[in-house]
Design a binder for this molecule. Sequence first.
Ligand code: HEM
Length: 140
Amino acid sequence: MAVPILAQLASALDGTRLSLHVLSAAVWVGGQLVLAGLVPTARTLGDEAPRRLARAFSRLSWPAYGLLVATGVWNIAAVAHGQSTTWQVVLGVKLAVVALSGLSAWLHTRARTRRALALWGGVTGVSAVAALVLGVFLAG
Ligand code: HEM
């Protein structure tokens, strides 16, 4: 007799797909939140410290963003077929939010005034968290 709980486990392929998607989301979203929390301490280490920390984070966060897009396309190929209109609308909103998150992160790295840094930093942080929440709703 089959053990019922096994029927609820993801297959190895689905587990790999979602693990890579969630791991890269952890770096892109969680990394931004952690970095924001570290900036006040970094400032006490010197004027250049926050910028150098941000540059080091960029070397991790952009590959993570690339992996999010790649595994996101894989997600769509795996689960989008036969989904409701609501699911498709939520996916469309999520893709717009993901694009905003990437664009605002890029504008943040190019900002030269404190005001622009704060604005684009805020937009990228909020949109990254929104993309994560919408993703959780898509996964059901
Ligand atoms: C900032 C970028 C992104 C973040 C933070 C993010 C985050 C997430 C999270 C946390 C989940 C839920 C996973 C789970 O609960 O198992 C998810 C699911 C999903 N994501 Fe993303 N994601 C991003 C980008 C993308 C992109 C670019 C696409 C499409 C090209 C995409 C398509 C999907 C789909 C279709 C699901 C549902 C997967 C399923 O039901 O198996 N995501 N996302």
